[in-house]
Design a protein around this ligand. Structure first.
Ligand code: BGC
Length: 354
């Protein structure tokens, strides 16, 4: 009997969810699809969006897909079926989402690509992100200045680690840095001892720290027995963390000359900020997830109120120019932590172990 009543309640709840999104309150529902909870930033993106959307009077269906494209597809399809009025999607990879986007378009549900552009589909309405190419330029210019490439004799040994090939951002970051550093490679001022300079060779599936670590261990073992590494250009913090672990185990502790390479990153993850404080990561790029979440809420408001949606750029996704809003990434190193991360309330000093 109890089971039967429970079953009836569950069925009613499922039917209600399927038909109306259970927005009995009359609130409009926004579907927010995030790639993974493994990386700190996506947890923050999701939490800030939930908070800001709810404060603006929306109901939020926030889902994480465990970095599995199939899971993300079914989560987005559920959002469409359960009455979401707008979809905000940070895609794991583009192609698997295309049938969901087509379905959304049929139901006239606008789609905002969040942080990562969804490629090869006409049904992407807007894109909210940070200037991804500029992130790479900030990293490349930092290495250029740190090694004083225009004045020092060199040559300097530099390695590269990039992101997930399925993430459209990854090439922008890599190219932004490579475009700054390539002239010095061509001139022989920078030597990439591993010989791995093209995106495919240096990419890191799923941006996984363990994968970046394994590749770094390999490179160090095969190429650096009798050489220093002057810089390691990592596209983000999760890959930088893998490289730092590899360097810790195989390079410094092997009793080399104690010189620690310049290491770049992106996101200002807590682990990486702590590594910056410890001198193991040299810089990161701060992309304030509060700013991106707030911009996305503004976009959704403008869409649903039928107002003109404010954008400041376009990104081509191979099918169309997607109207985009690019937020500004900010350079961060050890000296900037207090001002940009603590004073702004992003982290407490205690969270950073200070
Ligand atoms: C984001 C980065 C992040 C990376 C790994 C990229 O698309 O722009 O901020 O570090 O994904 O999650």
């Amino acid at each position: 009997m109890f089971k039967k009543i429970l079953g009836t309640i569950l069925c009613a709840a499922i039917a209600c969810a399927a038909l109306t999104g259970c927005a009995g309150s009359g609130k409009k529902k926004v579907g927010v699809s995030m790639p993974t909870q493994d990386l700190q930033r996506w947890n923050q993106d999701g939490a800030y969006m939930k908070e800001k959307f709810e404060a603006a009077g929306y109901e939020v269906d926030l889902q994480y897909a465990g970095n599995k494209p199939d899971t993300q597809l079914s989560q987005v399809e559920n959002m469409i079926n359960s009455g979401c009025k707008v979809l905000v999607i940070a895609a794991i990879e583009s192609s698997s989402l295309s049938q969901a986007l087509d379905k959304a378009a049929k139901k006239k549900i606008p789609v905002i690509a969040y942080d990562r552009l969804i490629m090869d589909n006409a049904n992407v309405d807007y894109y909210a992100t940070f200037d991804n190419y500029k992130v790479g330029q900030i990293q490349g210019n930092f290495v250029k200045e740190k090694l004083d490439l225009d004045n020092a004799a060199g040559p300097f040994n530099v390695e590269f680690t990039a992101g997930d090939p399925g993430d459209n951002n990854a090439k922008f970051f890599f190219n932004g840095a490579m475009d700054v550093l390539k002239p010095y490679i061509d001139a022989g001022k920078i030597v990439v001892v591993s010989g791995q300079t093209d995106f495919d060779s240096v990419a890191t599936p799923e941006w996984a720290s363990a994968t970046a670590q394994a590749r770094a261990e390999n490179i160090i073992g095969s190429n650096y027995a009798d050489k220093n590494i002057d810089a390691w250009v990592c596209s983000n913090d999760s890959t930088a963390q893998g490289v730092v672990t590899a360097l810790d185990a195989r390079y410094n502790s092997a009793g080399r000359d104690g010189q620690w390479p310049v290491i770049t990153g992106q996101d200002c993850d807590i682990v990486s900020v702590k590594n910056m404080i410890a001198g193991k990561q040299t810089m990161s790029v701060f992309k304030d997830t509060r700013t991106l979440a707030a911009r996305t809420v503004t976009m959704v408001n403008q869409i649903l109120e039928g107002k003109e949606v404010e954008t400041n750029n376009t990104y081509n996704n191979n099918v169309k120019d997607v109207a985009s809003f690019l937020c500004d990434p900010v350079f961060a190193d050890k000296d900037k932590i207090q001002e940009i991360l603590i004073d702004s309330g992003y982290y407490t000093a205690a969270e950073l172990g200070l």
